[in-house]
Design a protein around this ligand. Sequence first.
Ligand SMILES: *Cc1c(COP(=O)(O)O)cnc(C)c1O
Length: 370
Amino acid sequence: MIDFLNLKAINAQYKDELKEACARVIDSGRYLLGDELDAFESEFAAFCGAKHAIGVANGLDALVLVLRAWKELGRLCDGDEVIVPANTYIASILAITANGLKPVLVEPDPKTYNLSVTGVKSVLTSRTKAILPVHLYGLIAPMPEIMALAKESNILVLEDAAQAHGASISGRRSGSWGDAAGFSFYPGKNLGALGDAGAVVSNNDELVDTVRALRNYGSVVKYENRYQGVNSRLDEIQAAMLRIKLRYLDNETQQRRLVAARYFQEITNPHVQLPERANSEEHVFHLFVVRSKNRSALQDHLYSHGVQSLIHYPVPPHKQVAYSAWNHFSLPITERIHQEVLSLPLSPVMEADEVSEVISVVNRYSELVA
Ligand SMILES: *Cc1c(COP(=O)(O)O)cnc(C)c1O
């Protein structure tokens, strides 16, 4: 079976370095908020081309804490509207509702799966206080246009960059466009820890200070609490693992792009719709998502020929039980995406013959088999 993503093989590439770093942390006696985290925060900020990064416990917390900080700073109030793509992963929406803010779900561009400025404009009102673009599947959203609109309307922008470490437009990377960004280092993400981890990235000192306090019980000085904060720290062992993997991230992204380039070139099955081909630096191919009118037949065909595939995502947020008040919403573009998308195996450790095998199996799929 060709795995969708072989995490063991990805981390095995750096096994000796990872073990050595782990031992270094064990021997240091310092396990939280120490030198490894400080170093990772500056290295990751530099990677993004931003002033600051703040490590937190996971990607969801990164998004939650930015919105929470803007509330503490008086930039957002209960009930303010936040525009978000309707086809995003649930975490983007959870971060909004967890803060008592109102998500305004907007249909994505059906070609890129990302927010379009036209879409944002169609739901922009005087109650809109923030936009939450998601760089879905590794493709950066149209940030120059979104930032121009946000500036003109005096609203905040929080990038959900959980799937797009290093994706860029005109050399400017995800995380450096918005007023702030949330990153995830969930093991399966392009930069993955060996457990949970995340980061907030921003150029804004005031926001950064507030998030730094919020992640550590709302405390700036130990035992003095300015905010009713949370415990959401990125621990020293994960920071040490991430520092090592960050050094190889650009190389891994290149490997991902090579696999994607072969899929674009060699998948020729008219029943399988390929993703939009972006400019070379815009996409970091967290996922390679194709579409099929008869997805389950395609997925069964792949599986029975030894190729694992996954669905990102089977149920849109507005159809979830957790958001039953929205279940009646009609978002046809989003609903169709969720019915048709299928993610093919793609990883920096795929061998050329595995890529060939996936291509051959996809090309042999026939709707008649269905
Ligand atoms: C993974 C992901 C998150 C959440 O990250 P966690 O680290 O799992 O909490 C948020 N948004 C998107 C788009 C993601 O893919």
